[in-house]
Design a binder for this molecule. Structure first.
Ligand code: ADP
Ligand code: MG
Length: 239
């Protein structure tokens, strides 16, 4: 993975702060009798090299927070800066581009497309921008496949892979754009302990070799402890 190692010029760039949140709030069903506030003023910043876990009881708002961090959902109040840029008032199109270029997602369920091979799934985020992949792009996809331990699986369909292998493909897909931020929502929640530990280890390696910030939601206290920092979401507040 030596070619992924970041260069010294990356290390102290002004974009060392990948993400920051100021007094971020989120309510659902605004104006209805069922209105509920899920996030109550979250302040947070993530540096490029950080590997941070997010824990909290079920229903505490972890997925809500990740979806907002990933620009998939809008907060109700506060501000979210991605690579120094305020995002609240951006157009939907600008948010989509920021998301596509700078953020990778790994979910509990891989969301791979069955009609496509492992390699095509990995290249999908690039193909949206560039159309048919050229030889260099395919080569990059193959490098990622190898780096997630699946060098011979390029032409397999998702259903021909095990759960752990599918999640590895999903990780490679999340990294294909070399995102500054990788968001992982219970990426090992559906896997056995041993496979989960391997996937976690892999995310850790990419965090160090790519230098991308990783925020991982996990219920596993052992995995959480192995992170640089652990955030706990309780009653809509971070502790
Ligand atoms: P976690 O991921 O920590 O389990 P979630 O972020 O999924 O928690 O949910 C937090 C709270 O927000 C829950 O009470 C949930 O019912 C509510 N919620 C989540 N998504 C929506 C939605 N789209 N509309 C209304 N309420 C939602
Ligand atoms: Mg969740």
């Amino acid at each position: 993975m030596s070619k992924f190692v970041r260069t010294s010029s990356d290390q102290n760039s002004p974009q060392d702060c990948v993400l920051s949140l100021e007094a971020l709030t989120k309510s659902y069903h605004i104006g209805l009798p069922t209105e509920t506030q899920v996030l109550h003023g979250i302040d947070l910043s993530l540096a490029r090299h950080e590997f941070v876990s997010l824990t909290g009881p079920s229903g505490s708002g972890k997925s809500t927070l990740l979806n907002i961090l990933g620009l998939l959902d809008q907060p109700t109040g506060g501000e979210l800066y991605l690579l120094g840029q305020a995002t609240r008032t951006l157009s939907e199109q600008a948010r989509t581009l920021l998301r596509r270029h700078h953020i990778g997602f790994v979910f509990q369920f891989h969301h791979l497309i069955e009609a496509f091979s492992a390699l095509e799934n990995i290249l999908m985020p690039l193909m949206i921008d560039r159309g048919r992949p050229d030889a260099q792009t395919r080569d990059w996809g193959m490098q990622l496949l190898a780096s997630v331990g699946l060098p011979n699986m390029a032409h397999k369909k998702p259903s021909e892979l095990s759960g752990g292998q599918q999640q590895r493909v999903a990780i490679a897909r999340a990294l294909v754009t070399r995102p500054a931020l990788l968001l992982a929502d219970e990426p090992t929640g559906n896997l056995d302990t041993q496979t989960a530990a391997k996937i976690f280890e892999m995310l850790r390696e990419f965090n160090q070799s790519f230098g991308c910030a990783v925020l991982i939601v996990t219920h596993d206290p052992k995995l959480a402890q192995a992170c640089d920092r652990t955030l706990n979401l309780v009653d809509g507040h971070l502790t």
